[in-house]
Design a protein around this ligand. Structure first.
Ligand SMILES: NC(=O)c1ccc[n+]([C@@H]2O[C@H](COP(=O)([O-])OP(=O)(O)OC[C@H]3O[C@@H](n4cnc5c(N)ncnc54)[C@H](OP(=O)(O)O)[C@@H]3O)[C@@H](O)[C@H]2O)c1
Length: 360
């Protein structure tokens, strides 16, 4: 797993190439504030090869955060992360690797008959009870997540996953009440606390799309304090001193600023956005879709671009500069793009005034 000493050694090796504030603490580890995402792309060998090259380039350039999920590209993204880590000269213990479980993943390619695949692979062996399946594709039952975590460890070729996210838990709200979803999350968290005790994961969290950045009366809303309370209860259930819930992942970029602006969570000092709430508690926020899935590749007009800063770098710097953000993920399977994205860290984070202009 990512260790305190190896991640600090990695920072010491790379920090001269970056401005202050590029490397940040995440639990015991020190991580780059630009991370590598692996969501987009077809499930093909050619895209695997591109991702492998991009990940290795990123690791060598000063990016030690990698994000994936078992369902991304039919498990190919996890497998290519594993391959890149194995073949890279960078010490595995210097890299913070996160993955997610919740969606039913295919295996290598889209099956011609998805229902038959799910029945044979998951239902008949007793891994998945069809009654626990929501929207035909999503399950957070503890036994199912156990199976998915084992598969992720195998795909990644790792002994320990640094952060395991429950993937888009708000999907459960399509067929369950909010209270039932909190209950289901608590059951899942108990299992993840146990897996942390077993050394299979370093920490866990939730990766969300809408849940934490919509108003509290929205059908997809989940409350950050309610989720964290369930994590603390789960820790008590397994006799842990404190919860291993550590990270929230959600979209944040200049076109999707709600993580900073939607004050939908009851914080100690009143209503708080998820980023404000995270600042007041011991939770790290990792942003997804940091360049709005490519649509901010031309930059952010409301912010002045600094000399030599490219439009993409400017968009990345907006995302990673917001108070409360630990790291911003940018997905790419293109080596030149990964270099450009990591080099965004050569610029100092934007000040509060510049961030304020984006969030207005
Ligand atoms: N709910 C969730 O859990 C969730 C949802 C979405 C994403 N995520 C995570 O967050 C990561 C980032 O989000 P994302 O991949 O959806 O969106 P993103 O990072 O905002 O954008 C990725 C897109 O931008 C392009 N791109 C990257 N660098 C570029 C550059 N320098 N110049 C021009 N284009 C560039 C990529 O194409 P190229 O490959 O051609 O560079 C890709 O099409 C994901 O990969 C995933 O790991 C999580």
């Amino acid at each position: 797993m990512a260790t305190r000493s190896a991640t600090r050694a990695y920072r010491d090796e790379h920090e001269d190439a970056f401005a202050e504030g590029y490397f940040r603490r995440l639990g015991d580890a020190v991580v780059s504030s630009v991370g590598l995402g692996t969501y987009l792309g077809d499930p093909t060998d050619a895209v695997d090869d591109d991702y492998e090259a991009a990940i290795r380039t990123g690791l060598e350039a000063g990016c030690n955060v990698i994000d994936t999920a078992i369902n991304y590209r039919c498990q190919r993204s996890e497998r290519v992360v594993g391959r890149a880590l194995e073949r890279s000269d960078v010490d595995r213990e210097a890299v913070f690797v996160a993955t997610k479980g919740g969606y039913l993943p295919f295996d290598g390619d889209h099956p011609t008959d998805p229902t038959a695949y799910v029945t044979e692979e998951y239902v008949e062996p007793g891994i998945l009870d069809p009654d626990d399946l929501v929207a035909g594709s999503h399950c957070i039952d503890p036994d199912y997540l156990d199976d998915q975590l084992d598969r992720s460890l195998a795909n990644l070729g790792l002994e320990t996953i640094d952060c395991y996210y429950v993937h888009n838990p708000a999907t459960q709200l399509r067929e369950r009440s909010r209270e039932a979803v909190y209950d289901a999350l608590e059951d899942a968290f108990v299992r993840l606390e146990e897996r942390a005790d077993a050394g299979d994961i370093g920490c866990y969290g939730v990766a969300t799309w809408q849940a934490f950045r919509v108003p509290s009366d929205h059908p997809s809303y989940l409350s950050v304090p309610a989720v964290l309370e369930r994590a603390r209860t789960a820790a008590r259930t397994v006799g842990a001193e404190e919860t291993r819930f550590r990270a929230i992942q959600l979209p944040f970029n200049a076109a999707m600023p709600e993580a900073a602006t939607e004050r939908a969570h009851d914080g100690p000092d009143g209503p708080a956005s998820v980023l404000e709430y995270a600042l007041e508690t011991d939770v790290d926020v990792v942003t997804s879709a940091s360049i709005a899935q490519g649509s901010l590749a031309d930059g952010v007009p409301s912010v002045d671009r600094r000399d030599d800063e490219t439009p993409v770098q400017q968009a990345i710097n907006v995302a990673r500069s917001a108070p409360g953000v630990t790291a911003s993920l940018v997905g790419t399977s293109t080596e030149t793009h990964v270099r450009e994205n990591v080099d965004a860290g050569a610029f100092a984070p934007l000040d509060d005034e510049a961030i304020g202009a984006v969030l207005e």
